[in-house]
Design a binder for this molecule. Structure first.
Ligand code: SF4
Ligand code: SF4
Length: 110
């Protein structure tokens, strides 16, 4: 029978494996994403979970979070946040694309 210590050890090893795989994937993706001042980030609202990762990654204060009412009034949550890009300060660096866990951000031409 698997002990709690064994399970914790296997979970830790699996977390490292997943993290390494994701980092590798993101590194490959970085080369595929076009950057530059002619590009600007764009958030697909329905994919955004308001996690705040992109605002932390962005050095240019080009992302803000706003509140959006839930579609169903039955859902009672204190805040349903979404991210939006501020076009003027966005430098097209694409860091937010890599930071987003739900692939809600893409780079588009200005
Ligand atoms: S592309 Fe760069 S500057 Fe523009 S919103 Fe994303 S992280 Fe900020
Ligand atoms: S990182 Fe992605 S999911 Fe999280 S707030 Fe930004 S756009 Fe939304």
């Amino acid at each position: 029978m698997t002990s709690a210590d064994d399970l914790a050890s296997r979970r830790a090893a699996e977390a490292i494996r997943i993290s390494t795989a994701l980092s590798s994937e993101k590194g490959l993706r970085l080369e595929e994403i076009e950057e530059g001042e002619h590009m600007v980030a764009w958030v697909t609202e329905k994919l955004c979970i308001g996690c705040d990762h992109c605002t932390i990654a962005c050095d240019d204060d080009a992302i803000e979070l706003y509140h959006k009412d839930m579609i169903s009034p039955m859902m009672n949550v204190p805040s349903n946040r979404k991210a939006r890009i501020l076009r003027d300060p966005c430098t097209g660096c694409r860091l937010c694309v890599l930071a987003c866990p739900t692939d809600a951000i893409e780079m588009i031409e200005r």
